[in-house]
Design a protein around this ligand. Structure first.
Ligand code: UN1
Length: 487
């Protein structure tokens, strides 16, 4: 496995000015995977200058041509899908089937967005004055700072890099410090695909040393960030006047009605709650179950939860892989204690596994209430809390009693219940008879309330995230025509 450990700035792999490095490790084994640059503001500034320089030419490359490069990246990634999937599993820990899903999501999105190069629609509209033409076109924004999390080491960078490039922007990319190897390997594909130098620059390092100067720099015209709410809040306060897109996690819910297919609902909670070891912003962390089926559903769910096989994600029989690092383990452990103190009943799990790797038992609480911290705060671990509702209205109230709004789901066989939930659940992504995870790339992805600031990645809304609208008026009357006055 080639391990590039330098920053990629202005078309060259170069060491940080700090001369310091950090390591990335396999969370299942503790094995060191490589050394990476612990960069600082000087490296960020160099990358921003390179991106600014490259912007003047890249913005003029026709969008379909920019799309062709992205399509080549998709083809290269498809050809190396297995290698990249294993890399994701080794560096991030998710089970190999999900490692493949992570890579496939990037392939899907690159292919989708490449085609958008031949659309990137603006619009024309009649002018209010004679012999005058009016239209709106899309312009790039400029240098974009992209800051990505570790939980989708290939997919989430693709959601940001691909549309940013397609729209004609240049990039300074700061990947998560837990998964720099995946990010650098992904970057290599853009180089192989023929991306001109300076268009995509990568600087590795910590949030304070690298993320912060990137966010604050006045020549960075756009920041796109996926990660924690605290960091999102900090970015909002420190970015100054620039475009900021935030995706800040969730406290996602599945409602299980008394008319639901309970087996299917259990599948949904297991997949959404413990898939990716609960480390998705879309993870199911709350379940609201109708009182009539509570006892049965709880028994069924507990049975399945206990049977989950915890282990190294590279083994195909593993159901739940490790958590990303020690801090993540400690956070889940803290919340288990909080839950117990709040009076929730721990049905199973709740403990880290001693020994090598960062493992935490799939954990299920019941008899929780909506005001408990374990039902309000994002844990980002394999911890699911069950609440009971009297009826659909009550279930929806409980579901919405939350400051996040990313993903929600209802299991029901009643079409009226389904449509009511579709209308009333407060989230940017919503499912009927499917879990809270697994959004597809060609639909808008993002959340409301404390989850974000209105940005939507995925779909054509990704173009919206990374482009400006320019309204153009062409007056061919040969006279002075005053809008709003000469009418
Ligand atoms: C995330 O966890 O930040 O919908 C993204 C899903 C995935 C994306 C998750 N397609 O679960």
């Amino acid at each position: 496995m080639v391990q590039s450990s330098k920053n990629y700035i202005d078309g060259a792999w170069i060491a940080s000015k700090t001369r310091k490095t950090f390591v990335s490790t396999n969370p299942a084994t503790g094995q060191v995977l490589g050394r990476f640059q612990a960069s600082d503001e000087r490296d960020v500034t160099a990358a921003i200058h390179a991106a600014e320089k490259a912007f003047s030419k890249w913005r003029l490359v026709p969008a379909p041509k920019r799309g062709e490069i992205l399509l080549r990246v998709a083809q290269l990634l498809r050809a190396k899908k297995e290698e990249f999937s294993r890399l994701v599993t080794i560096e991030m820990g998710k089970v190999i089937a999900e490692g493949r899903g992570d890579v496939q999501e990037a392939i899907d999105f690159l292919e989708y967005i490449a085609g958008e190069g031949r659309r990137m629609f603006g619009y024309t509209t009649p002018s209010e004055l004679p012999n005058k033409f009016a239209m709106s076109v899309r312009d790039p924004i400029g240098v974009c700072g992209l800051i990505t999390p570790w939980n989708f080491p290939i997919a989430i960078p693709s959601w940001k890099i691909a549309p940013a490039l397609l729209c004609g922007n240049t990039i300074v990319f700061k990947p998560a410090s837990d998964t720099p190897l995946s990010a650098l390997r992904f970057t290599e594909l853009f180089i192989k695909a023929g991306l001109p130098k300076g268009v995509l620059n990568v600087v590795t390092g910590g949030g304070t040393a690298v993320g912060s100067p990137l966010v604050k720099h006045k020549n960075v015209r756009c920041i796109s960030f996926t990660g924690s709410r605290d960091t999102g809040d900090w970015i909002t306060k420190n970015a100054g006047i620039k475009r900021v897109s935030l995706e800040l996690g969730g406290k996602n819910v599945i409602i299980v009605m008394d008319d639901a297919d309970l087996n299917l609902a259990v599948d949904g909670v297991i997949w959404g709650g413990y898939g990716t070891t609960g480390q998705r912003c879309t993870a199911t962390s709350r379940v609201v179950v109708h009182q009539k089926v509570k006892a049965t559903f709880e028994r069924m769910l507990l049975n399945r939860t206990k049977r989950l096989r915890l282990g190294n994600g590279i083994h195909p029989k593993t159901d739940v892989g490790p958590m990303i690092n020690k801090a993540a383990i400690e956070k889940s452990q803290r919340y288990v204690e909080i839950g117990k103190q709040e009076g929730a009943k721990l049905l199973t799990g709740g403990k880290p596994i001693r020994g090598r790797g960062h493992f935490f038992q799939p954990t299920l609480f019941t008899n929780t209430t909506s005001d408990m911290r374990i039902c309000q705060e994002e844990i980002f671990g394999p911890v699911v809390s069950l609440m009971v509702a009297k009826n659909l209205d009550h279930a929806i109230d409980l579901a919405n009693n939350i400051t996040y709004g990313l993903s929600s789901a209802i299991y029901t066989r009643n079409v009226n219940n389904a449509f009511t939930a579709m209308r009333d659940l407060e989230s940017g992504v919503m499912y009927v008879n499917a879990s809270t995870i697994g959004a597809e790339v060609h639909l808008p992805f993002g959340g409301i309330k404390g989850t974000g600031n209105g940005a939507r990645e995925g779909g054509w809304t990704a173009i919206e995230e990374f482009s400006e609208h320019k309204a153009i008026y062409v007056d061919y009357s040969g006279t002075l025509q005053r809008a709003q006055i000469d009418v």
